[in-house]
Design a protein around this ligand. Structure first.
Ligand SMILES: NC(=O)c1ccc[n+]([C@@H]2O[C@H](COP(=O)([O-])OP(=O)(O)OC[C@H]3O[C@@H](n4cnc5c(N)ncnc54)[C@H](OP(=O)(O)O)[C@@H]3O)[C@@H](O)[C@H]2O)c1
Length: 238
């Protein structure tokens, strides 16, 4: 039986992926801060899910807590890092900017670093990070969010290069969703909002293929291409 850990499995994409993996006979550990939701997901899975209360921003205790879950599962084939927060913040309120940075940058980097080290130790593994299409360009509605997702994307690429260079049997996938129908999808003007089930099916398929990068849903590849090509003056007008 394959084993996976999902960081941020209490809701949205992470929760959907946990359910998908269980349906496909994986043994799954999930983490998150909301213990009630952790219990709820566990009960609905016929106890095929192990749970761990874990806040990615508590950097000092992060490794010890995650290690306890790794030990329970013994060895882990796949870790999906879905935890994240997003805030619209054109007012640049520092409390909000800082919270996003502490979670999406410091917290997630600590998890990536820990997981990569564990995979090195056990000599194999597949790390999947859920970044965002927002990683491609700076976004004036949510500066810290778009910047934090660019950080994640670059970090994942660096780890992939490191694994390849050191000839490690470690695969890295960067998942870049557009809009998915979860509590996180906020603001006006949302379009091509995918149901969680559709996003989860496409992410699961990319995981099985061990893709380097995948846009969710597939048609967001077109938006990614346009965003990459858009001149600065056009971005400034939007
Ligand atoms: N939905 C979209 O349109 C969209 C688009 C692009 C990218 N994404 C990315 O997809 C990922 C999943 O988001 P979602 O849409 O599924 O939203 P969601 O339903 O709000 O899920 C966010 C998850 O992150 C966890 N989390 C938040 N802060 C945490 C912390 N300090 N420590 C540990 N876990 C924490 C939450 O668990 P607890 O609250 O229980 O801790 C929850 O499980 C995020 O990284 C997001 O940036 C989403």
């Amino acid at each position: 039986m394959k084993k996976a850990i999902i960081i941020g499995g209490t809701s949205g994409i992470g929760r959907g992926l946990a359910e998908k993996l269980v349906d496909n006979n994986w043994l799954v550990g999930i983490t998150g801060r909301r213990t009630k939701l952790l219990e709820e997901v566990k009960e609905k899975s016929n106890n095929q899910i192990l749970i761990l209360e874990h806040d990615v921003t508590e950097i000092d205790s992060s490794d010890v807590k995650l290690d306890s879950l790794f030990r329970k599962l013994k060895n882990v084939d796949l870790v999906i890092v879905s935890s994240g927060i997003s805030e619209l913040n054109q007012a640049l309120e520092w409390e909000i900017e800082n919270r996003v940075i502490q979670t999406n940058v410091n917290g997630i980097a600590k998890v990536y670093e820990f997981v990569f080290s564990k995979f090195k130790e056990q000599t194999y593994g597949h790390l999947v990070g859920i970044s965002s299409i927002a990683s491609i360009r700076g976004n004036r509605y949510c500066p810290s969010y778009s910047a934090s997702k660019a950080f994640q994307t670059n970090y994942l690429e660096a780890l992939r290069c490191m694994a390849k260079n050191e000839k490690l049997n470690i695969k890295i996938t960067d998942v870049q969703p557009g809009f998915v129908d979860t509590p996180m999808a906020k603001g006006d003007g949302l379009f091509w909002v995918a149901p969680v089930s559709k996003a989860v099916d496409q992410i699961y398929s990319a995981i099985l293929k061990k893709k380097r990068k995948v846009y969710i849903t597939k048609r967001w590849r077109l938006i990614a291409m346009i965003m990459k090509l858009a001149p600065a003056w056009l971005l400034e007008k939007m």
